[in-house]
Design a protein around this ligand. Structure first.
Ligand code: MN
Length: 432
């Protein structure tokens, strides 16, 4: 459902928000947690607008956000995520009025801070992190490497597959990632040796932020799932493929995944994404329909998201030469086999409780084409088809000094293009 806050003709009095190329026009209004760069000031919630941040804690303190006290904007987004979804929308409407041309925003001009002068932290304290496997293209590609005759296991089209990740090693964009050590083998049957991973990879994913709480033992029906989805950030689920290949059976990913996952700092709300909803994945003839508890009319007709994710790599040599990062792949969430609501509802279907600030990863977002494969394991087909960077360097997997940059945006005729900002990380050498 769109409203006046999605009207593409509305402009902001913040000039940079009207730049056609900005990720953060008036119609976006993503939330993040910031403080003055290099300071020890308390973290506070803000909204990105063009090249600026509007300080919501200060705005609430000055009474510019009726019904929202400054305490809601202290430290993290968890308190706001705990509010009912109707409050998220009310806040969007209030902030829109403050920042719109012709609105009531005069006093807010004193509360803007240039993004260049702030640092951003993880948007929420993340209690739990779950990573799904929602791209059937990714699952089929990966499966075909391990089981050529039986790439997709029989449960895939029935169960939104996921595993419990680790919240402690989630880091904000810009944090360097140290190449992990682990057990790897030359032959599938072993024996292993212990050393630095030589098959370090990224995974281009979307992270879905949970809002609200369901008590342990209760479920979230799929019709209620939208009110439990607060917003999205980019997620890079760094993966050590050689470690993964040896350790993953029978319980799934463990140390190959939990050494670091990078999250982009701005949370684009589900309300901002309303114009970019699309139908759930159209299952080909012969695929089973999802079970009833994973089906609603609304989710089938508009539960998908048409958001594009780009992955770029800039090697150390490229950065030293001032070269542009190289576009490695471009995928879309519209290719996901499961919707965010289906993932959330399935997660709670056994009575598992989800809390404000929990993070659900989509799994690697890959599509049907080579150019849409969201990790190097697929993009270079396990290293058998190396990429050539503009510098002439080749890549099967990531090398030390490589920077992985993910960007995402949504656009549709008649609506303002919005973006998610960036999710960045540079690979540091393994510890000696
Ligand atoms: Mn993943």
């Amino acid at each position: 459902m769109t409203d006046h806050t999605h009207d593409s003709s509305r402009r902001s009095w913040v000039a940079s928000a009207n730049d056609a190329a900005t990720d953060f026009p008036l119609q976006n209004l993503p939330l993040g947690v910031f403080r003055a760069l290099g300071s020890a000031a308390p973290w506070r919630v803000g909204v990105a607008i063009g090249t600026e941040v509007l300080d919501l804690r200060a705005a609430a303190g000055q009474g510019l956000l009726p019904g929202f006290g400054p305490g809601l904007f202290d430290g993290t987004l968890n308190a706001l995520m705990a509010e009912p979804a109707s409050q998220w929308r009310t806040l969007r409407h209030l902030v829109f009025e403050l920042l719109a041309e012709g609105g009531a925003g005069g006093p807010a001009s004193q509360l803007l801070v240039p993004q260049a002068s702030v640092e951003l932290r993880l948007p929420a304290d993340i209690g739990d992190y779950t990573d799904f496997y929602a791209s059937v293209y990714h699952a089929t590609n990966i499966g075909s490497m391990f089981r050529p005759d039986n790439p997709l296991l029989p449960n895939y089209k029935w169960v939104p597959i996921g595993y419990h990740g680790r919240a402690s090693s989630l880091v904000v964009s810009g944090t360097a990632v140290t190449r992990p050590w682990g057990q790897t083998t030359a032959k599938p049957e072993g024996p292993p040796s212990f050393g630095a991973s030589r098959r370090l990879d990224y995974e281009a994913e979307m992270g879905f932020w949970v809002g609200g709480t369901n008590a342990l033992g209760t479920t979230v029906p799929i019709t209620d799932a939208p009110a439990r989805l607060f917003g999205v950030s980019l997620l890079n689920d760094w993966s050590a493929r050689d470690v993964q290949a040896w350790e993953y059976q029978p319980l799934g990913p463990f140390l190959a995944k939990n050494f670091a996952s990078t999250v982009s700092p701005w949370v684009v709300t589900m309300d901002a994404l309303a114009p970019f909803r699309c139908p759930a994945f159209v299952r080909p003839e012969g695929d089973p329909a999802p079970l009833d508890y994973l089906t609603s009319v609304a989710d089938q007709s508009a539960g998908g998201l048409d958001v594009t994710i780009d992955v770029l790599i800039a090697s150390a040599a490229m950065r030293a030469a001032g070269a542009e990062a190289y576009l490695v792949s471009r995928g879309t969430l519209a290719d996901l086999y499961w919707t965010p609501a289906q993932m959330l509802t399935h997660h709670t279907s056994n009575g598992c409780d989800l809390h404000p600030g929990d993070l659900l990863g989509s799994g690697t977002v890959s599509g049907p084409t080579k150019e849409s494969r969201g990790c190097l394991q697929e993009r270079t087909w396990r290293g058998t088809e190396p990429l050539t960077l503009p510098s002439g360097e080749t890549r099967q997997f990531l090398e030390d000094g490589d920077e992985v940059i993910m960007r995402a945006h949504a656009s549709r005729a008649g609506f303002r293009r919005i973006g998610l900002g960036e999710c960045r990380g540079i690979v540091l050498p393994a510890h000696a």
